[in-house]
Design a protein around this ligand. Structure first.
Ligand code: C2E
Ligand code: MG
Ligand code: MG
Length: 428
């Protein structure tokens, strides 16, 4: 690791001595809430905070030259042969700095924006710094863009509404069972948040989660979800239903070391908790090293990792292999069309084979018909989730559903159509 980021050697006089693949890079990491923090903690502590951040970057990127380039910007110069070095160093800087930091009596959370440039060793170093500055300016603009593009600060309003709903106890969790097709048993459920609005009724997550995610403000809602799921799990267990609860995890939280610390603390404080996190591949690809390290921390404390919406976004086997995931969920896009499309059954079957080869169980989401369930069963899919089995339910109706073993109604009939479909599918 250390050898990857040692400093660029002086340029060779003839320009030929350095191997062609060797690159020099410059990453600039800026504390975007510098002024707010300085107002809160004062000038002296802020200076010490910046020195502390420099120290963290020195540790995170060994061998690089790290300095405070401006009052709120840390510059990292490095040389490397690693092809993905720029994204890697940017990720290291972000995760080294964006954590809760104690300075004297204050704890503060620096918000980091980082970007940079890379060029062959021996090139114009001024040009390299200028390109890094332009990349940082672009990154700052991109961070501000989604908010600016929405009139009247929609995201801020939604975030404030979600905060208010949490304060007033208006958020609720519904749970959708994942049925094990072969065993015809339900061992786990997915928690899906709803807002029980006093006038608008039950508001679906699609109305408030995307805006809260764009504002990167999912921490509070997700920590509440973890705590509520643990409470509901205990109630269900007392009624004889011991279920692992899977919680959806937004991408930006996976890169947030402070959130990970708080989530791990909440989970380890409840030794009886049996949880899982559903994460999308796209959220891992954004900052693979940070996300994978954090997923390993969750895995270490017994949280199972499931890859959600597989096939809907970027799908990369290289990343999948690195994740400590034990479950792959095929996106409902492929499952709802399963029996009416020629292409989707092929995609689903090869996904099931791929997941099994990687030692993962497969869940098909969006199972709406008996025909789809039958076909999935033939294809060797392990679990099914969808309206055909059960919609998401509040804890009390869920307990009633489980007590009545209602899922047998859906899964038993599958056996009838199983052989006919199996023959057809295998011929195809
Ligand atoms: P998801 O995690 O992929 O959840 C599956 C969605 O599909 C749920 O919608 C569920 O109600 C719906 N669904 C279930 N069975 C069927 C079916 O047979 N057919 C069809 N067409 N749809 C089905 P919901 O509850 O509206 O949630 C939408 C999305 O909101 C979730 O997608 C998830 O990305 C997000 N979400 C929900 N709760 C949370 C949460 O607590 N945290 C985070 N970060 N995201 C959440
Ligand atoms: Mg999900
Ligand atoms: Mg999904």
């Amino acid at each position: 690791m250390a050898s990857l980021y040692h400093l660029a050697p002086p340029s060779p006089p003839d320009g030929n001595a350095a191997p062609p693949a060797r690159q020099q890079g410059c990453v600039l990491a800026k504390v975007s809430n510098f002024n707010d923090l300085r107002r809160d903690i004062g000038v002296g502590p802020m200076r010490r905070l910046m020195q502390l951040l420099v120290g963290r970057v020195v540790e995170a990127v060994p061998g690089a030259a790290v300095e405070l380039a401006a009052r709120d910007v840390i510059a990292v110069d490095f040389a490397t042969a690693r092809p993905d070095a720029l994204a890697h160093v940017v990720g290291l800087c972000r995760s080294a700095c964006a954590t809760l930091i104690q300075i004297e009596d204050f704890s503060c959370l620096p918000k980091m924006v980082a970007s940079g440039a890379i060029a062959p060793v021996g090139g114009d170093s001024t040009l390299l710094v200028e390109r890094a500055e332009a990349a940082l300016a672009d990154a700052e603009q991109a961070m501000a863009a989604p908010r600016a593009s929405l009139p009247g600060g929609v995201e801020e309003r939604v975030v404030a509404e979600v905060d208010g709903a949490l304060d007033r106890g208006e958020m609720v969790l519904h749970y959708q069972p994942k049925v094990h097709i072969r065993r015809q048993a339900i061992d786990c459920v997915e928690a899906l948040v709803r807002w029980q609005h006093p006038e608008r009724g039950l508001v679906p997550p699609g109305d408030f989660i995307p805006a809260t995610e764009r504002a990167q403000r999912m921490e509070r809602l997700t920590l509440w979800t973890i705590a509520q799921a643990i409470t509901d799990q205990r109630t269900l267990r007392a009624q004889g239903h011991d279920l692992r609860i899977f919680i959806n995890m937004s991408g930006h939280l996976l890169a947030d070391a402070e959130f990970v610390r708080l989530a791990c603390a909440a989970i380890t404080a409840a030794p009886d908790a049996r949880l899982g996190f559903e994460v999308t591949e796209t959220s891992v690809i954004r900052d693979p090293d940070g996300a994978i390290a954090h997923l390993r921390e969750f895995d270490r404390i017994g949280v199972r990792i499931s890859i959600d919406d597989y096939g809907a976004g970027l799908s990369s086997l290289a990343y999948l292999k690195q994740l400590p995931a034990c479950e792959l969920k095929i996106d409902k896009l492929f499952v709802t069309q399963l029996t009416s499309s020629n292409r989707d059954p092929l995609i689903v079957r090869s996904t099931i084979d791929l997941a099994h080869a990687l030692d993962m169980e497969v869940v098909a989401e969006g199972v709406e018909t008996q025909a789809a369930l039958a076909l999935l069963s033939v294809m060797g899919c392990d679990m099914a989730q969808g309206y055909f089995i059960s919609p998401p339910l509040a804890p009390a109706p869920l307990a009633a559903f489980l007590a009545a073993e209602q899922h047998h109604q859906a899964t038993q009939d599958v056996r009838g159509s199983f052989t006919r479909r199996a023959a057809g599918w295998k011929r195809g």
